[in-house]
Ligand binder design. Structure first.
Ligand SMILES: *Cc1c(COP(=O)(O)O)cnc(C)c1O
Length: 228
């Protein structure tokens, strides 16, 4: 059983926010430039309600079959849903119906599927910082060509670039590369200047290298349980 009371979420959120503020200060940045997305995967809609009651409106999910019902159960709240997981083209349109932002654009078939949605969706290009092509994300050498495809798709508003730091490398080294890829992207798409990076164990390093959208789960939700 999970509590639907606002504790302990309020105190964890406060602690994370203080760490964000401190990291931003240290980096000479303003913490208002940094959007906190609470990743609620494996947690119930009641947990989302409790965290929303603490002042959070941006939530992230990584699986369509879990996210869609959760978004429906919380439709009475004014929430922004962010899709952060690997996305198949056959699910892309369904995701765009509840998510305001897709952080994991990494293939032409998904872009094509999104080209015919009603309205628009915000998107990040996910870049693969590992040497393992099976991980999500476009290879760095394909970044600009893929960006061109998105820029030709009026229904996608390209915000910037997203990555998950590799497990076998120091996060600072990975985020330094990510910042360079962001600069390369901005050379062809000046508006696409946002960086989605930073999770529970590396968000301070991500802020140091320019992250504007943090995707933080367990530091706020607590340990994930498979069934609530
Ligand atoms: C789960 C997840 C997160 C949050 O991870 P934590 O380590 O719990 O903060 C962030 N980004 C993606 C893509 C995820 O799948």
């Amino acid at each position: 059983m999970q509590t639907s009371g606002v504790e302990p979420y309020a105190s964890r959120l406060q602690e994370v926010q203080q760490r964000i503020d401190a990291a931003a200060l240290k980096a000479g940045r303003k913490s208002e430039e940094v959007t906190l997305i609470v990743v609620s995967k494996f947690h119930s809609a009641e947990v989302v309600r409790a965290i929303h009651a603490c002042g959070v409106s941006n939530f992230g999910e990584n699986r369509q079959q879990e996210a869609e019902p959760k978004a429906a159960e919380t439709a009475d709240l004014d929430l922004n849903w962010h899709f952060v997981g690997q996305l198949q083209s056959k699910k892309a349109r369904a995701v765009a119906r509840f998510a305001s932002t897709i952080h994991s654009l990494d293939r032409g078939s998904v872009v094509k599927a999104l080209s015919s949605i009603d309205g628009t969706v915000d998107g990040f290009i996910q870049i693969n910082l590992t040497n393992d092509a099976a991980r999500g994300g476009v290879a760095p050498e394909n970044l600009l060509q893929f960006a061109e495809t998105i820029l030709e798709t009026p229904s996608i508003n390209l915000l910037g670039i997203m990555a998950v730091a590799p497990l076998d490398e120091l996060p600072r080294a990975a985020f330094e590369r990510l910042a360079k890829h962001s600069a390369a992207l901005q050379a062809i798409a000046p508006e696409a200047n946002k960086i989605s990076a930073g999770m529970t164990h590396d968000f301070e390093e991500a802020i140091e290298f320019g992250a504007t959208h943090l995707r933080i789960g367990s530091a706020i939700t607590g340990e994930r349980v498979i069934s609530d």
